[in-house]
Design a protein around this ligand. Sequence first.
Ligand SMILES: *Cc1c(COP(=O)(O)O)cnc(C)c1O
Length: 437
Amino acid sequence: MTVFNEHQQELAKTLRKSADRSDWTDWKWHIRNSIKTVDDFERVLGIRFEPNQKKIYERTLRKFPMSVTPYYLSLIDPDDYANDPVFLQSFPSEEELKIGRYDMSDPLHEDEDSPAPGITHRYPDRVLLHISNTCSMYCRHCTRKRKVGDMDSIPGKSDLEAGIEYIRNTPQVRDVLLSGGDPFMLSDEKLDWILTKVGEIEHVEVIRIGTRMPVVLPYRITEELVEMLKKHHPLWINTHFNHPRELTASSRRALKRLADAGIPLGNQSVLLAGVNDCQRLIKTLNQKLVKNRVRPYYLYQCDLSEGLTHFRTPIGKGIEIVESLRGHTSGFSVPTYVVDAPGGGGKIPVMPNYVVSWGPNKVVLRNYEGVITTYNEPTSYEPNYCDRECAKCNLQLKEEDAEEKAIGIEKLLSDWDDTTSLTPEDNERMGRRDDAA
Ligand SMILES: *Cc1c(COP(=O)(O)O)cnc(C)c1O
Protein backbone atom coordinates (compact mmCIF):
# COMPACT_ATOMS: atom_id res chain seq x y z
CA MET A 1 0.00 0.00 0.00
CA THR A 2 1.73 3.19 -1.16
CA VAL A 3 0.95 6.12 1.05
CA PHE A 4 3.59 8.42 -0.34
CA ASN A 5 3.90 7.79 -4.06
CA GLU A 6 6.33 9.48 -6.43
CA HIS A 7 3.90 12.15 -7.52
CA GLN A 8 3.19 13.00 -3.89
CA GLN A 9 6.90 13.07 -3.04
CA GLU A 10 7.57 15.57 -5.82
CA LEU A 11 4.59 17.64 -4.83
CA ALA A 12 5.59 17.69 -1.18
CA LYS A 13 9.08 18.86 -2.07
CA THR A 14 7.74 21.89 -3.93
CA LEU A 15 6.14 22.89 -0.62
CA ARG A 16 9.02 22.03 1.70
CA LYS A 17 12.35 20.80 0.38
CA SER A 18 12.84 18.66 3.45
CA ALA A 19 9.41 16.99 3.30
CA ASP A 20 9.50 13.26 3.90
CA ARG A 21 7.03 10.47 4.54
CA SER A 22 6.60 11.36 8.19
CA ASP A 23 5.63 14.92 7.21
CA TRP A 24 3.23 13.65 4.58
CA THR A 25 1.40 11.37 6.97
CA ASP A 26 1.21 14.11 9.65
CA TRP A 27 -2.17 15.79 9.34
CA LYS A 28 -0.94 19.01 10.90
CA TRP A 29 1.74 19.30 8.23
CA HIS A 30 -1.05 19.34 5.64
CA ILE A 31 -2.95 22.03 7.53
CA ARG A 32 0.18 24.18 7.76
CA ASN A 33 0.96 23.66 4.09
CA SER A 34 -2.55 23.93 2.64
CA ILE A 35 -2.67 25.68 -0.72
CA LYS A 36 -4.54 28.97 -0.49
CA THR A 37 -3.43 31.04 -3.50
CA VAL A 38 -3.60 30.59 -7.24
CA ASP A 39 0.18 31.09 -7.44
CA ASP A 40 0.84 28.22 -5.06
CA PHE A 41 -1.70 26.08 -6.84
CA GLU A 42 0.13 26.60 -10.15
CA ARG A 43 3.51 26.00 -8.61
CA VAL A 44 2.61 22.84 -6.75
CA LEU A 45 0.63 21.28 -9.57
CA GLY A 46 3.11 22.47 -12.23
CA ILE A 47 0.47 24.14 -14.39
CA ARG A 48 -0.01 27.67 -15.75
CA PHE A 49 -3.28 29.55 -16.17
CA GLU A 50 -3.85 32.36 -18.69
CA PRO A 51 -3.09 35.71 -17.00
CA ASN A 52 -6.67 36.93 -17.56
CA GLN A 53 -8.11 33.74 -16.26
CA LYS A 54 -5.87 33.94 -13.24
CA LYS A 55 -7.20 37.41 -12.38
CA ILE A 56 -10.73 36.06 -12.41
CA TYR A 57 -9.75 33.18 -10.12
CA GLU A 58 -8.11 35.60 -7.73
CA ARG A 59 -11.20 37.80 -7.72
CA THR A 60 -13.31 34.74 -6.89
CA LEU A 61 -11.02 33.92 -3.98
CA ARG A 62 -11.60 37.32 -2.46
CA LYS A 63 -15.26 36.40 -2.05
CA PHE A 64 -14.91 32.66 -1.47
CA PRO A 65 -11.45 31.66 -0.19
CA MET A 66 -9.60 28.51 -1.18
CA SER A 67 -7.82 25.97 0.93
CA VAL A 68 -6.69 22.57 -0.34
CA THR A 69 -4.65 20.00 1.53
CA PRO A 70 -1.54 18.82 -0.32
CA TYR A 71 -2.96 15.29 -0.05
CA TYR A 72 -6.26 16.15 -1.77
CA LEU A 73 -4.44 18.22 -4.36
CA SER A 74 -2.18 15.25 -5.12
CA LEU A 75 -5.23 13.37 -6.42
CA ILE A 76 -5.59 15.83 -9.30
CA ASP A 77 -4.23 14.67 -12.64
CA PRO A 78 -2.13 17.69 -13.77
CA ASP A 79 -2.28 16.56 -17.42
CA ASP A 80 -6.05 16.70 -17.54
CA TYR A 81 -7.10 18.89 -14.67
CA ALA A 82 -9.92 20.90 -16.24
CA ASN A 83 -12.48 18.10 -15.87
CA ASP A 84 -10.87 16.52 -12.86
CA PRO A 85 -13.44 15.85 -10.11
CA VAL A 86 -10.98 16.75 -7.36
CA PHE A 87 -9.95 19.95 -9.14
CA LEU A 88 -13.59 20.94 -9.66
CA GLN A 89 -14.40 20.42 -5.97
CA SER A 90 -11.40 22.36 -4.70
CA PHE A 91 -10.41 25.06 -7.21
CA PRO A 92 -12.51 28.20 -7.78
CA SER A 93 -14.55 28.75 -10.90
CA GLU A 94 -15.49 32.13 -12.31
CA GLU A 95 -19.06 30.81 -12.25
CA GLU A 96 -19.11 31.26 -8.47
CA LEU A 97 -19.42 35.00 -8.86
CA LYS A 98 -22.58 34.64 -10.94
CA ILE A 99 -25.28 34.79 -8.32
CA GLY A 100 -28.39 33.16 -9.76
CA ARG A 101 -31.87 34.59 -9.38
CA TYR A 102 -32.90 31.95 -6.84
CA ASP A 103 -29.67 31.82 -4.86
CA MET A 104 -29.63 32.68 -1.16
CA SER A 105 -26.78 33.14 1.28
CA ASP A 106 -28.46 30.92 3.88
CA PRO A 107 -30.99 28.85 1.91
CA LEU A 108 -31.59 26.42 4.76
CA HIS A 109 -32.24 29.22 7.28
CA GLU A 110 -29.74 27.68 9.65
CA ASP A 111 -28.99 31.02 11.22
CA GLU A 112 -32.68 31.60 11.93
CA ASP A 113 -33.36 28.16 13.39
CA SER A 114 -30.67 28.79 15.97
CA PRO A 115 -32.00 29.06 19.53
CA ALA A 116 -28.49 29.06 21.09
CA PRO A 117 -24.93 29.68 19.89
CA GLY A 118 -23.82 27.00 17.45
CA ILE A 119 -27.16 25.18 17.57
CA THR A 120 -29.49 24.51 14.64
CA HIS A 121 -32.66 22.96 15.98
CA ARG A 122 -34.91 22.02 13.09
CA TYR A 123 -36.29 18.56 13.82
CA PRO A 124 -38.10 17.52 17.00
CA ASP A 125 -35.55 15.15 18.49
CA ARG A 126 -32.14 16.13 17.11
CA VAL A 127 -29.90 19.16 16.78
CA LEU A 128 -26.81 20.26 14.92
CA LEU A 129 -24.03 21.56 17.14
CA HIS A 130 -21.48 23.53 15.13
CA ILE A 131 -18.22 22.99 16.98
CA SER A 132 -15.79 24.24 14.37
CA ASN A 133 -16.02 26.80 11.63
CA THR A 134 -13.09 25.65 9.63
CA CYS A 135 -12.17 22.79 7.35
CA SER A 136 -8.92 21.37 6.03
CA MET A 137 -10.28 21.70 2.47
CA TYR A 138 -12.86 24.24 1.40
CA CYS A 139 -15.34 22.47 -0.87
CA ARG A 140 -16.35 24.74 -3.73
CA HIS A 141 -19.87 23.32 -3.38
CA CYS A 142 -20.15 24.10 0.35
CA THR A 143 -23.72 24.89 1.39
CA ARG A 144 -22.31 27.07 4.18
CA LYS A 145 -20.14 28.99 1.72
CA ARG A 146 -21.20 32.23 3.37
CA LYS A 147 -19.17 31.29 6.42
CA VAL A 148 -16.09 29.70 4.87
CA GLY A 149 -12.91 31.39 6.04
CA ASP A 150 -14.86 33.70 8.34
CA MET A 151 -12.52 33.56 11.31
CA ASP A 152 -14.87 35.63 13.47
CA SER A 153 -17.40 32.86 13.80
CA ILE A 154 -15.11 30.16 15.23
CA PRO A 155 -17.00 29.05 18.31
CA GLY A 156 -15.14 29.75 21.54
CA LYS A 157 -15.45 27.72 24.71
CA SER A 158 -18.23 29.86 26.18
CA ASP A 159 -20.28 29.49 22.97
CA LEU A 160 -19.76 25.75 23.09
CA GLU A 161 -20.84 25.66 26.69
CA ALA A 162 -23.97 27.65 25.84
CA GLY A 163 -24.79 25.23 23.02
CA ILE A 164 -24.31 22.23 25.28
CA GLU A 165 -26.39 23.94 27.96
CA TYR A 166 -29.24 24.28 25.42
CA ILE A 167 -29.09 20.54 24.76
CA ARG A 168 -29.05 19.84 28.49
CA ASN A 169 -32.18 21.96 28.94
CA THR A 170 -34.03 20.45 25.97
CA PRO A 171 -35.07 16.92 26.94
CA GLN A 172 -36.54 16.02 23.56
CA VAL A 173 -33.05 16.04 22.01
CA ARG A 174 -31.89 12.44 21.79
CA ASP A 175 -29.48 12.78 18.85
CA VAL A 176 -26.70 15.38 18.60
CA LEU A 177 -24.87 15.97 15.33
CA LEU A 178 -21.46 17.52 15.74
CA SER A 179 -20.88 19.57 12.65
CA GLY A 180 -19.00 22.59 11.49
CA GLY A 181 -16.79 23.25 9.65
CA ASP A 182 -15.15 19.93 10.25
CA PRO A 183 -15.23 18.70 13.86
CA PHE A 184 -11.96 16.84 13.28
CA MET A 185 -10.17 20.18 12.92
CA LEU A 186 -10.30 20.30 16.71
CA SER A 187 -7.63 18.63 18.81
CA ASP A 188 -8.32 15.18 20.21
CA GLU A 189 -8.44 16.72 23.69
CA LYS A 190 -11.07 19.29 22.82
CA LEU A 191 -13.19 16.73 20.97
CA ASP A 192 -12.90 14.37 23.91
CA TRP A 193 -14.13 17.16 26.19
CA ILE A 194 -17.13 17.91 23.96
CA LEU A 195 -18.03 14.24 23.49
CA THR A 196 -17.81 13.73 27.24
CA LYS A 197 -19.96 16.76 28.05
CA VAL A 198 -22.62 15.89 25.49
CA GLY A 199 -22.47 12.18 26.33
CA GLU A 200 -23.12 12.92 29.99
CA ILE A 201 -26.51 14.43 29.23
CA GLU A 202 -29.00 11.80 30.22
CA HIS A 203 -31.49 12.24 27.36
CA VAL A 204 -28.81 12.20 24.64
CA GLU A 205 -28.89 8.67 23.23
CA VAL A 206 -26.54 9.00 20.28
CA ILE A 207 -23.89 11.39 18.96
CA ARG A 208 -22.97 11.75 15.31
CA ILE A 209 -19.99 13.45 13.71
CA GLY A 210 -20.05 14.81 10.15
CA THR A 211 -16.54 15.00 8.72
CA ARG A 212 -14.82 15.05 5.36
CA MET A 213 -11.41 14.14 6.77
CA PRO A 214 -11.43 10.55 5.43
CA VAL A 215 -11.73 12.10 1.95
CA VAL A 216 -9.56 15.21 2.03
CA LEU A 217 -7.08 14.43 4.83
CA PRO A 218 -7.23 10.75 5.82
CA TYR A 219 -4.09 11.05 7.96
CA ARG A 220 -6.26 12.87 10.51
CA ILE A 221 -7.77 9.50 11.37
CA THR A 222 -4.94 8.53 13.69
CA GLU A 223 -4.88 5.61 16.06
CA GLU A 224 -4.99 8.05 18.96
CA LEU A 225 -8.10 9.77 17.59
CA VAL A 226 -9.86 6.45 17.11
CA GLU A 227 -8.91 5.21 20.57
CA MET A 228 -10.47 8.35 22.00
CA LEU A 229 -13.65 8.10 19.86
CA LYS A 230 -14.16 4.49 20.95
CA LYS A 231 -14.82 5.65 24.50
CA HIS A 232 -17.91 7.56 23.38
CA HIS A 233 -20.16 4.91 21.90
CA PRO A 234 -22.85 4.95 20.57
CA LEU A 235 -21.09 7.21 18.09
CA TRP A 236 -21.88 7.39 14.38
CA ILE A 237 -19.82 9.08 11.69
CA ASN A 238 -20.98 10.40 8.34
CA THR A 239 -18.45 11.34 5.71
CA HIS A 240 -18.65 12.92 2.29
CA PHE A 241 -17.28 11.04 -0.74
CA ASN A 242 -18.51 12.32 -4.09
CA HIS A 243 -16.41 10.40 -6.61
CA PRO A 244 -14.84 6.91 -6.74
CA ARG A 245 -11.45 8.55 -7.36
CA GLU A 246 -11.51 9.77 -3.75
CA LEU A 247 -11.39 6.22 -2.36
CA THR A 248 -7.60 5.96 -2.29
CA ALA A 249 -5.50 3.51 -0.28
CA SER A 250 -5.06 6.16 2.42
CA SER A 251 -8.79 6.88 2.53
CA ARG A 252 -9.65 3.22 2.71
CA ARG A 253 -7.22 2.76 5.56
CA ALA A 254 -8.86 5.62 7.49
CA LEU A 255 -12.29 4.07 6.95
CA LYS A 256 -11.02 0.70 8.10
CA ARG A 257 -9.70 2.20 11.31
CA LEU A 258 -13.04 3.82 12.08
CA ALA A 259 -15.06 0.73 11.19
CA ASP A 260 -12.76 -1.53 13.21
CA ALA A 261 -13.46 0.74 16.19
CA GLY A 262 -17.11 -0.23 15.88
CA ILE A 263 -18.23 3.12 14.52
CA PRO A 264 -21.07 2.79 12.01
CA LEU A 265 -20.10 4.80 8.93
CA GLY A 266 -22.40 6.60 6.53
CA ASN A 267 -21.78 8.73 3.47
CA GLN A 268 -23.51 11.87 2.28
CA SER A 269 -22.80 12.72 -1.36
CA VAL A 270 -23.85 15.85 -3.17
CA LEU A 271 -25.03 15.56 -6.74
CA LEU A 272 -22.76 17.94 -8.69
CA ALA A 273 -22.97 18.80 -12.38
CA GLY A 274 -19.73 17.92 -14.13
CA VAL A 275 -18.40 16.00 -11.14
CA ASN A 276 -20.66 13.01 -10.45
CA ASP A 277 -23.97 13.48 -12.30
CA CYS A 278 -23.85 10.01 -13.81
CA GLN A 279 -25.73 6.82 -12.91
CA ARG A 280 -22.77 4.51 -13.46
CA LEU A 281 -20.45 6.73 -11.46
CA ILE A 282 -22.76 6.97 -8.45
CA LYS A 283 -23.40 3.24 -8.54
CA THR A 284 -19.66 2.52 -8.61
CA LEU A 285 -19.08 5.00 -5.80
CA ASN A 286 -21.75 3.45 -3.60
CA GLN A 287 -20.61 -0.11 -4.24
CA LYS A 288 -17.05 0.83 -3.35
CA LEU A 289 -18.23 2.58 -0.21
CA VAL A 290 -20.13 -0.52 0.90
CA LYS A 291 -17.04 -2.61 0.24
CA ASN A 292 -15.30 -0.32 2.71
CA ARG A 293 -18.12 -0.69 5.27
CA VAL A 294 -19.62 2.72 4.58
CA ARG A 295 -23.37 2.80 4.10
CA PRO A 296 -24.51 5.35 1.48
CA TYR A 297 -26.91 7.48 3.55
CA TYR A 298 -27.97 10.54 1.58
CA LEU A 299 -27.53 11.80 -1.95
CA TYR A 300 -28.20 15.53 -1.74
CA GLN A 301 -29.66 17.73 -4.39
CA CYS A 302 -27.30 20.74 -4.60
CA ASP A 303 -28.57 23.59 -2.41
CA LEU A 304 -29.52 27.08 -3.58
CA SER A 305 -26.53 28.70 -1.89
CA GLU A 306 -24.81 31.61 -3.57
CA GLY A 307 -22.00 30.58 -5.87
CA LEU A 308 -23.26 27.05 -6.54
CA THR A 309 -25.42 27.65 -9.62
CA HIS A 310 -22.95 25.94 -11.95
CA PHE A 311 -23.04 22.77 -9.82
CA ARG A 312 -26.82 22.38 -9.89
CA THR A 313 -28.55 19.61 -11.83
CA PRO A 314 -32.29 19.20 -12.37
CA ILE A 315 -33.97 17.06 -9.70
CA GLY A 316 -34.84 14.72 -12.58
CA LYS A 317 -31.17 13.76 -12.76
CA GLY A 318 -31.25 12.56 -9.16
CA ILE A 319 -34.45 10.59 -9.72
CA GLU A 320 -32.89 8.97 -12.77
CA ILE A 321 -29.88 8.00 -10.66
CA VAL A 322 -32.07 6.43 -7.96
CA GLU A 323 -33.95 4.57 -10.71
CA SER A 324 -30.62 3.09 -11.83
CA LEU A 325 -29.77 1.92 -8.32
CA ARG A 326 -32.90 0.58 -6.62
CA GLY A 327 -33.26 -3.10 -7.53
CA HIS A 328 -30.14 -3.03 -9.68
CA THR A 329 -27.76 -3.25 -6.74
CA SER A 330 -27.77 -4.12 -3.02
CA GLY A 331 -30.42 -2.21 -1.11
CA PHE A 332 -27.84 -0.84 1.29
CA SER A 333 -25.91 0.64 -1.63
CA VAL A 334 -28.86 2.92 -2.36
CA PRO A 335 -28.82 6.27 -0.56
CA THR A 336 -31.96 8.30 0.06
CA TYR A 337 -32.03 11.12 -2.45
CA VAL A 338 -33.08 14.33 -0.68
CA VAL A 339 -33.80 17.95 -1.43
CA ASP A 340 -33.04 20.17 1.55
CA ALA A 341 -36.02 22.52 1.43
CA PRO A 342 -35.08 26.16 0.89
CA GLY A 343 -36.45 28.15 3.80
CA GLY A 344 -35.56 25.57 6.41
CA GLY A 345 -38.19 22.89 5.75
CA GLY A 346 -35.57 20.18 6.14
CA LYS A 347 -34.75 17.19 3.98
CA ILE A 348 -37.42 15.95 1.62
CA PRO A 349 -36.90 12.50 0.09
CA VAL A 350 -37.55 12.23 -3.62
CA MET A 351 -37.77 9.01 -5.60
CA PRO A 352 -39.33 7.42 -8.64
CA ASN A 353 -42.99 6.41 -8.37
CA TYR A 354 -43.49 2.72 -7.74
CA VAL A 355 -47.23 2.76 -7.00
CA VAL A 356 -48.95 2.68 -10.38
CA SER A 357 -52.54 2.64 -9.19
CA TRP A 358 -54.78 1.77 -6.28
CA GLY A 359 -58.26 0.45 -5.61
CA PRO A 360 -60.00 -0.57 -2.40
CA ASN A 361 -58.84 -4.17 -2.73
CA LYS A 362 -55.65 -4.01 -4.74
CA VAL A 363 -52.55 -1.95 -5.23
CA VAL A 364 -50.80 -1.99 -8.60
CA LEU A 365 -47.05 -1.62 -8.33
CA ARG A 366 -44.13 -1.71 -10.71
CA ASN A 367 -40.60 -2.90 -10.07
CA TYR A 368 -37.24 -1.66 -11.39
CA GLU A 369 -37.53 -3.89 -14.49
CA GLY A 370 -40.88 -2.44 -15.46
CA VAL A 371 -42.79 -5.53 -14.31
CA ILE A 372 -46.25 -4.48 -13.21
CA THR A 373 -47.72 -6.46 -10.35
CA THR A 374 -50.66 -6.43 -7.95
CA TYR A 375 -50.79 -6.67 -4.21
CA ASN A 376 -54.09 -7.86 -2.77
CA GLU A 377 -55.00 -5.93 0.32
CA PRO A 378 -56.03 -8.05 3.33
CA THR A 379 -59.78 -8.64 3.57
CA SER A 380 -59.82 -8.89 7.33
CA TYR A 381 -57.49 -6.25 8.69
CA GLU A 382 -58.54 -4.90 12.03
CA PRO A 383 -57.09 -1.46 12.34
CA ASN A 384 -55.67 -0.65 15.68
CA TYR A 385 -57.57 2.40 16.84
CA CYS A 386 -54.92 4.53 18.50
CA ASP A 387 -55.90 6.87 21.30
CA ARG A 388 -52.29 7.00 22.48
CA GLU A 389 -53.10 4.96 25.57
CA CYS A 390 -50.25 2.54 25.07
CA ALA A 391 -50.79 0.82 28.41
CA LYS A 392 -54.19 -0.47 27.23
CA CYS A 393 -53.04 -1.43 23.75
CA ASN A 394 -52.43 -5.03 22.60
CA LEU A 395 -49.13 -4.10 21.03
CA GLN A 396 -47.31 -4.03 24.33
CA LEU A 397 -45.35 -0.83 23.85
CA LYS A 398 -45.18 -0.08 27.55
CA GLU A 399 -43.43 3.21 27.16
CA GLU A 400 -44.20 5.91 29.64
CA ASP A 401 -42.74 8.51 27.35
CA ALA A 402 -44.54 7.55 24.16
CA GLU A 403 -46.86 10.52 24.41
CA GLU A 404 -44.97 13.23 22.59
CA LYS A 405 -47.15 15.11 20.15
CA ALA A 406 -47.48 14.23 16.50
CA ILE A 407 -47.07 17.06 14.03
CA GLY A 408 -47.68 17.59 10.35
CA ILE A 409 -48.99 14.82 8.16
CA GLU A 410 -48.59 12.26 10.93
CA LYS A 411 -51.13 14.25 12.91
CA LEU A 412 -53.59 14.32 9.98
CA LEU A 413 -53.41 10.53 9.75
CA SER A 414 -53.81 9.94 13.46
CA ASP A 415 -56.96 8.53 15.07
CA TRP A 416 -56.68 10.51 18.26
CA ASP A 417 -56.48 14.02 16.82
CA ASP A 418 -59.40 15.75 15.13
CA THR A 419 -57.36 18.03 12.88
CA THR A 420 -58.62 17.65 9.33
CA SER A 421 -56.39 20.03 7.39
CA LEU A 422 -53.21 22.05 7.50
CA THR A 423 -53.40 25.61 6.24
CA PRO A 424 -50.55 28.04 5.54
CA GLU A 425 -50.41 30.78 8.14
CA ASP A 426 -50.81 33.57 5.59
CA ASN A 427 -53.69 31.92 3.70
CA GLU A 428 -55.75 34.74 2.18
CA ARG A 429 -59.06 32.93 2.32
CA MET A 430 -58.61 32.35 6.06
CA GLY A 431 -57.66 35.99 6.43
CA ARG A 432 -61.03 37.00 4.98
CA ARG A 433 -62.80 34.77 7.51
CA ASP A 434 -60.98 36.43 10.39
CA ASP A 435 -61.82 39.89 9.03
CA ALA A 436 -65.49 39.03 8.85
CA ALA A 437 -65.53 37.72 12.39
C1 LIG B 1 -29.65 16.97 8.15
C2 LIG B 1 -29.97 17.61 9.40
C3 LIG B 1 -30.22 16.85 10.55
C4 LIG B 1 -30.16 15.34 10.57
O1 LIG B 1 -31.12 14.78 9.75
P1 LIG B 1 -31.24 13.21 9.63
O2 LIG B 1 -32.26 13.00 8.58
O3 LIG B 1 -31.64 12.71 10.97
O4 LIG B 1 -29.88 12.71 9.25
C5 LIG B 1 -30.53 17.53 11.70
N1 LIG B 1 -30.61 18.87 11.74
C6 LIG B 1 -30.39 19.62 10.64
C7 LIG B 1 -30.52 21.09 10.74
C8 LIG B 1 -30.07 19.02 9.44
O5 LIG B 1 -29.84 19.77 8.36
